[in-house]
Design a protein around this ligand. Structure first.
Ligand code: TRH
Length: 358
């Protein structure tokens, strides 16, 4: 199949997940020889997540600053794309919509237009994946967008996974990596990437009271600030890592606390025990999303209870895992990962879907 030109539109709502997911997709498409333009309203996180991205050091990827209004050099003047991906339902820039409307009116073909949705294990994902969404109003009325849902089962769009992931993991030397960071050897090493779980102070205290001792490797920003509010035990402040280095962190720890969307997927690939803090929604819609994920994960009781407490659901306290619990959690994650590895990855499925719709 000939290489295509992809426009990926991303508006940052908050945090790093929007950029993180879009960048990963861009990198994987570019590795397959595709030409990608990533439209970002806030490109700053790429300075640490993907060094060189803003300087044009990544072959096949152009990062474009999506301002409102759009700079005169963008919009109409760029060669048309074969595919439009609007990430998480963001509308493409008005200037791009108008330019496309003129091209369509002149008889040119419209790009395959995909709405790449948020990740969830809830049943609606299988029902909605690949459904058409007719454009009912505006200059592009009459065109069709397509829903594309990431997910954990075969009837979804799958998860982002690099083709060389297993190879990278197999050759990773965690001792050398930790030493290079200047981190001391530890009995139990735990990474912390979270929002502000109310139970965090209690969890830190429980871990600190154990004879084994726990070293917490804490990511900058919200996690570090939350841990600082009630510090207990050995806390190490981490720098902001590039995405590949963030993977190394997860591979080097005995237990990972992750959050949002993209780091959850990375924790699954890391195959170490993990606890997920789900992105909170105002109407508590995230409670059902959490339960659906725990069901899919086939989480043992101790892992379910910990997740609920960590996410402020119900009234049972978080109980710091003993060695047997951690073994159970690891077995569960490894089985889940094996199920996922048997499914095609998101980028491959997306390319195939686009080819069908052209
Ligand atoms: O930052 P997040 O909380 O993002 C969230 C979620 O995506 C959520 O679903 C969405 O609605 C909200 O943003 C707007 O967590 P997430 O998804 O794990 O994204 C973090 C990204 O940052 C991920 O790609 C990993 C990356 N990262 C690094 O590359 N280096 C680092 O040092 C750290 C801490 C993160």
């Amino acid at each position: 199949m000939a290489a295509m030109r992809w426009d990926i539109f991303c508006r940052v709502i908050d945090n790093f997940g929007d950029v993180g997911v879009c960048w990963r997709l861009c990198a994987q498409l570019a590795r397959r020889g595709e030409q990608v333009r990533l439209w970002l309203d806030d490109p700053q996180p790429l300075t640490w997540m993907a060094p060189g991205a803003l300087e044009g050091d990544w072959p096949g990827i152009d990062v474009l600053h999506w301002t409102t209004p759009l700079a005169a050099t963008l919009g109409n003047s760029l060669p048309p794309a074969d595919v439009w991906i609007e990430a998480f339902g963001c509308e493409p820039p008005a200037e791009c919509i108008d330019a496309l409307a003129s091209r369509v009116a002149a008889g040119q073909r419209a790009p395959v237009w995909i709405n790449l949705e948020y990740l969830s294990a809830e049943p609606y994902v299988e029902r909605s994946h690949r459904l058409p969404s007719p454009v009912m109003s505006g200059p592009l009325r009459g065109l069709t967008k397509w829903f594309f849902y990431p997910g954990f089962t075969e009837r979804t769009g799958g998860l982002l996974r690099e083709p060389d992931l297993l190879e990278r993991q197999a050759t990773f030397d965690s001792a050398a990596w930790l030493q290079a960071l200047g981190l001391p050897p530890a009995q139990r090493r735990v990474s912390l990437f979270c929002y502000e779980p109310t139970t965090l102070p209690d969890v830190l205290r429980q871990a600190a009271s154990e004879p084994l001792g726990t070293d917490w490797l804490v990511t900058p920003g919200r996690a570090w600030q939350a841990a600082q509010a009630a510090p207990a035990g050995r806390l190490h402040a981490l720098p902001l890592f590039s995405q590949p280095e963030f993977d190394h962190l997860l591979w080097a720890c005995d237990l990972n606390f992750v959050r949002g969307e993209d780091s959850l997927v990375r924790a699954l690939w890391a195959a170490q025990p993990f606890v997920w803090q789900i992105y909170p929604q105002h109407d508590d819609a995230h409670h059902a999303k959490l339960e659906a994920f725990l069901d899919w994960l086939q989480a043992p009781a101790s892992l379910r209870t910990f997740h609920r407490a960590w996410n402020g659901v119900g009234d049972q306290p978080a109980v710091w895992p003993g060695p047997n619990d951690l073994d159970d959690w690891r077995t569960c994650v490894q089985a889940a990962r094996a199920r996922l590895l048997a499914q095609p990855d998101l980028c491959s499925q997306l390319v195939e879907f686009v080819a069908q719709k052209q």
